[in-house]
Design a protein around this ligand. Structure first.
Ligand code: UT7
Length: 324
């Protein structure tokens, strides 16, 4: 029995910030941002729009594609680094907005690897008897972006990607997975305040400690290594060679990390899903966003082998191989 993707849906807010906007608020240039990160523009939420709003929109699309009603969902898992609030979980907020029945709902915190960690959890649930599990990567990263930090503020965008997983006896679904973390890297990418260590105070607000802090080039080096390792481990566990992969769907953090990962696997870029140019880094939402686009454009179809790899705060990293 396998866990297969029965429906997928995404949501991005309509407002777009292009690189020219950043030229007006920090010392940068469109050329530098494009060449160092691959980003041209990103979608950003406005006003009171929260992660659960994007999640709701994406969920409705995924449920419609899977042809199931909210009352049929058996569990909701939301991977996010930007929940609506600490508690209740965004999964519970979403459950209420969807009108789903009394089911297990919880969030997963694994940074940009959150979507793949959630896939791993759902796979275990399905294999232990669940069907119809709704899971998401959903983020409003721009709500925790420090727009005075020239080294990171241009990177982030907002989006949600929802997937319905079901069980099947067919030869499709999740074939293998690999998960890892190393907390000794925690200080290289974090949001320092707002938790029990440094609760919110006037001082933490004044020091911009409720926003993303990242030592970009240190993170970059580990990301390149970990994304490649994740891909190779997932392939090895399924006894699949890189050349058999129909589409590589990497977390969209930086075009140079994506290209380095593809190069290490000897996978040509025409077999790699890339949309960082239009959405930036949307953390846990980036893989479903890129996968949904690839499916809609007909780049992959049922029966194709899709390799997903991610890396993020923690550090966490993961690779998941599935047959669509
Ligand atoms: O989502 C999962 C985790 N995230 C990632 O994996 C992201 C990893 N990191 C990155 O994507 C890249 O490190 C960045 C795109 C954030 C930065 O690129 P970089 O090539 O690592 O730049 P850098 O930090 O090494 O800085 C290079 C130069 C510096 O100038 P000097 O010291 O060489 O004179 C910076 O001061 O670029 C300068 N710089 C900028 N220049 C123009 C830094 N930020 C900017 C900017 N515009 N916005």
């Amino acid at each position: 029995m396998k866990t297969y993707l029965a429906g997928i849906g995404t949501s991005v807010p309509p407002k777009i910030l292009d690189n020219a906007y950043f030229e007006t608020i920090i010392d940068t240039s469109d050329e530098w941002i494009r060449t160092r990160s691959g980003i041209r523009e990103r979608h950003v939420v406005e006003g009171t729009t929260a992660t659960s709003d994007l999640a709701l929109d994406a969920s409705r699309k995924a449920l419609a594609q899977a042809n199931i009603e909210p009352k049929d969902i058996e569990a909701i898992i939301v991977a996010t680094a930007t929940p609506d609030m600490y508690f209740p979980s965004t999964a519970c907020v979403l459950q209420n907005k969807l009108g789903a029945r009394n089911i297990m709902s919880f969030d997963i915190a694994a940074g940009c690897t959150g979507f793949l960690y959630a896939v791993g959890v759902v796979d275990t649930f399905i294999k232990s008897g669940y069907d119809n599990v709704l899971m998401l990567g959903a983020e409003c990263l721009t709500k925790i972006t420090d727009y005075t930090d020239r080294s990171s503020c241009f990177l982030f965008g907002d989006a949600a990607g929802a997937v319905v997983f079901k069980k099947t006896e067919e030869d499709r679904g999740i074939l293998s997975s690999y998960f890892a973390s190393d907390g000794s890297y925690g200080d290289l990418l974090n949001m320092p305040a707002g938790g029990s260590l440094r609760p919110a105070s006037h001082e933490t607000v004044d020091q911009h400690l409720h926003t993303i802090r990242m030592l970009g080039n240190e993170v970059f080096k580990v990301a390149v290594r970990a994304m490649g390792e994740s891909a190779l481990k997932a392939l090895e566990r399924a006894n699949v060679a890189p050349e058999q992969v129909d589409l590589l769907v990497p977390h969209q953090a930086n075009i140079r990390i994506i290209e380095a990962t593809a190069k290490r696997l000897h996978i040509p870029m025409d077999k790699v899903a890339v949309n960082i140019d239009r959405y930036g880094n949307t953390s846990a939402a980036s893989i479903p966003l890129a996968l949904d686009e690839a499916i809609q454009k007909g780049r992959v179809k049922q029966g194709d082998l899709v390799l997903m790899v991610a890396f993020g705060a923690g550090f966490t990293w993961s690779g998941v191989l599935m047959r669509l």
